[in-house]
Design a protein around this ligand. Sequence first.
Ligand code: ADP
Ligand code: GLC
Length: 443
Amino acid sequence: MHVFHVTSEVYPFSRTGGLADVLGALPAVEATLGMQLSVLSPWYESLNGEPELIWSEGGLKLGQIVRNNVRHLFLQTPDFLRPGMYHSDDVWRFSHWSRSVFYALERADIDFDLLHGHDWVAGLVIAHATLRGKPSVYTVHNLQYQGRWNGPDAMPWTGLPWDMFTHLGIEHYNSLNPMKAGLVYSRFTTTVSPTYAREITTPQYGEGLEGVLQELQAQGRLVGIINGLDQQRWNPRTDLAVSPYSDYAGKQASIAALRGEMQLDDAPILACVSRLVEQKGMDLLLAALPELLQHWNVVLLGNGDSALESAFYGWAHQSNRFRYYTGMNEPLSHRLYAGSHGFLMPSRFEPCGLSQMIALRYGSLPIARATGGLIDTIPADTGFLFEEPLPEALAQAAQQARAVIDHPQVWAQRVASGMQLDFSWEASAHKYQNLYQRALSQG
Ligand code: ADP
Ligand code: GLC
């Protein structure tokens, strides 16, 4: 079986968050199960890698890099010759990109059995695949980004026929909605945790698509499959970005190193590595900071919303216990996971979340909101979960954690159980394989 993933980002070639990490890890594990694997993503100008050119015509280019038995394909259209990854004209750019996919594949003589599309960009490719009778599975990593365009004007950009612009197709309340195309045209929709799969059928989490998702659920077409972690990339026992360690005693060197590097006082350390967006509850963190800084040092790495960035810069100047860093900085993120006691994740919603799994593996206990994948991956006797998306609730959970730190043996026990959790990809890769087989058997 040749499975063909389509995504807008893939580690290590292009990355803004967890989507890239999933595509950098899952296909390689699927390949070990005997399937043939390809991953198609845009050939960004800023791509981290040099694909071998396998086909080109006019402004279109298709290149490839083979990594871990996975064939990574990169498709460039002229609109991708600019810095950065995402831009305000993305509905237009990705509409053109997705309509070029089959054009390029057919000319480069590349075929596959099943398409596995990820997030809204792939929703468009799934619509094109459906026109060619190709079966697909669709994974929602984040329901908030749907690639919507008000009104029907964007429909011609997609190259899809107008008869797809209906309430049974890509249209949603008279707007173009690529994510909805992924939902309705794929044989199965998955999302990245069982709890989020239930949550998105409710108005609170459904982002306006809860009606469609309820129908999929009733038809047995909505499935939650939890993400895993890349076991080699995130392993404190072998991590050369820190002093490798395998238990809480060994972790002390990393905590001391971070304290020294950032000139922090003796209070325990909380870390946060996150996009600064509403989803991640970074405004809750901001509001809870005065309380948190009474008992902890807090180190934040992340960028996004400019008002939040300035507010955090302000705090970094004001408080000796707060440090703030911006930019995509993977080595620093490793030092933060390794060098912190606790890890903050006050998400409003969280489809899966990888950071809390990394934190657990590195012996940093998550203080996280009880939502989505955070519920499914953080055992209640290990991390500290809170219900309400309120700064007081976050501060209270941090206070509970602080009280446990004063009982070093209890804390060390929680750290040990977190470090032993199994976040490998194998079980989930088997679940995807079963789903692919079911999708293919539907003829
Ligand atoms: P999301 O994909 O919604 O951002 P996840 O928890 O699934 O959230 O994945 C986030 C990943 O991105 C984690 O591996 C985290 O360490 C990483 N990350 C986020 N911001 C940064 C940053 N500024 N520098 C380095 N890594 C980051
Ligand atoms: C999205 C979600 C995050 C998830 C990631 C990978 O970015 O926000 O929760 O872990 O995709 O599936």
